[in-house]
Design a protein around this ligand. Structure first.
Ligand SMILES: [Zn+2]
Length: 70
């Protein structure tokens, strides 16, 4: 499975809970956060995802997060 699919699956499963690139990196055992960052930047252009600065639902830090909106 590609990283992009794995990230989309995780964000979908969180069902509206915001998650930062760092937590995606941890959860999916990616080697570097820039891998998650590249994917979430792409996902931000899709209508069903929202990417903005907010509190991460997993680590609690105020960061750029992504969440499923519908
Ligand atoms: Zn986080």
């Amino acid at each position: 499975m590609t990283i992009q699919r794995e990230i989309a699956k995780l964000v979908d499963r969180l069902d509206g809970v915001a998650v930062c690139d760092g937590c995606l990196t941890d959860k999916l055992n990616l080697s570097v956060p820039s891998q998650a960052n590249a994917v979430t930047r792409t996902m931000a252009g899709e209508a069903r995802y929202e990417r903005k600065k907010d509190e991460c639902g997993l680590c609690g830090a105020a960061k750029i997060v992504i969440r499923r909106t519908k």
